[in-house]
Design a protein around this ligand. Structure first.
Ligand SMILES: Nc1ncnc2c1ncn2[C@@H]1O[C@H](COP(=O)(O)OP(=O)(O)O)[C@@H](O)[C@H]1O
Ligand SMILES: [Mg+2]
Length: 321
């Protein structure tokens, strides 16, 4: 079975694409077969990091029904065992995706032959991003060591869980209304957590409480702190882990800390993955993150209702202050 790992962030420019490519290269060098998928539709640029010209068909074609399967879009890279599915570079405007289109992609991903499939997502909490994150319990959230970015990462996880719990109930149900009202209130510092929500749903039906608790227990994404510059930055990952456990009831894995390095921007200009040409603190962090990823046991994915109620989660979630 392949491991599907979406890479997301609350804030843009934190190094998702850089890390996706370099984690992919590191895993491939460890002997794993890896497929990188550029799902940052509207901002596809993963090919640049790989030094691949933007002439191949990709997800944009698939969404526009000009490709039959994801498998037909897989192209090799210069690196042994590393493969790539381009984004929508040749098909701008593919950023608008219907729920059923996303589901089609999500259902096809497990069928691709690889050990790891890394999904490079866009930044933020829009449905087109969150919906690729929720079904896979071991996604990665990337952040930089700045308070706003950390809070954005936390908000991202909270939004993902809100949407996931919301969608576990049928459209227009009493339970959905309860979930929605719950997330309208401020969770942080209130003493309540998503376990409180589970209990409230349990008052309607004890099975719902169990279902929400199960959902929280199988959702264990990881966080990477990128562009760190001081020793104190390392602790931010632990802080995020603590507030996620306390307020959201999930065990966030602190996958690692990656230093800010001068040579990164040069590697992007030269279109060669950084870790192919360097051996330093950054590449050894990537290696330990990959080893940690490899030691985590894959879990089952989280099922969701397949309707598309027109609802923007962000409208009813208060960002933490
Ligand atoms: N560890 C790092 N050290 C130095 N610069 C970095 C590091 N990680 C990323 N960058 C820089 O940050 C910029 C944004 O990275 P990118 O991967 O495009 O972010 P995102 O995909 O999150 O928008 C890149 O141009 C890259 O030069
Ligand atoms: Mg990117």
């Amino acid at each position: 079975m392949n491991r599907i790992i979406p890479v997301a962030s609350g804030k843009g420019g934190v190094g998702k694409s850089f890390l996706t490519v370099n984690l992919g290269v590191t895993l491939a060098r460890m002997g794993k077969t890896v497929i990188l998928v550029d799902l940052d539709l509207g901002g596809s640029n993963l090919h640049t990091f790989l030094g691949i010209r933007n002439t191949q068909t990709g997800i944009g074609h698939y969404l526009n029904k000009q490709a039959d399967s994801l498998e037909s879009l897989v192209i090799p890279t210069d690196i042994n065992k590393l493969y790539f599915i381009p984004g929508d570079g040749l098909f701008t405007g593919a950023a608008q995706q219907h729920y059923f289109q996303k589901m089609k992609i999500i259902k096809e991903l497990p069928g691709l032959v690889a050990d790891y499939i890394l999904l490079d997502l866009g930044a933020g909490t829009s449905h087109n991003i969150v919906d690729y994150f929720i079904p896979f319990p071991q996604g990665i959230v990337v952040t930089v060591p700045e308070t706003t970015a950390i809070l954005n990462a936390y908000s991202f996880l909270k939004t993902a869980l809100a949407r996931s719990i919301f969608r576990s109930f049928p459209p227009h149900s009493e339970e959905r209304a309860l979930v929605q009202n719950f997330f309208k209130q401020r969770l942080e510092g209130s003493g309540s957590s998503l376990f409180t929500l589970a209990d409230r749903l349990g008052e309607i039906n004890p099975e719902y409480a169990e279902m929400v608790r199960d959902k929280l227990s199988v959702f264990y994404p990881g966080v990477i702190i990128n562009m760190g510059r001081s020793v104190s930055d390392r602790n931010l990952g632990k802080n995020l882990r603590v507030i996620s456990r306390k307020n959201l009831g999930i065990s966030l894995q602190y996958l690692g800390y990656v230093e800010w390095m001068n040579g990164v921007s040069r590697s992007i200009t030269s279109r060669k993955p950084y870790c192919l040409e360097h051996k330093d603190n950054l590449t050894s962090s990537l290696e330990s993150i990959c080893r940690r990823l490899d030691s985590l046991v894959p879990e089952k994915s989280i099922p969701l209702y397949e309707d598309d109620e027109d609802l923007d989660v962000l409208n009813w979630i208060q960002p933490p202050r």
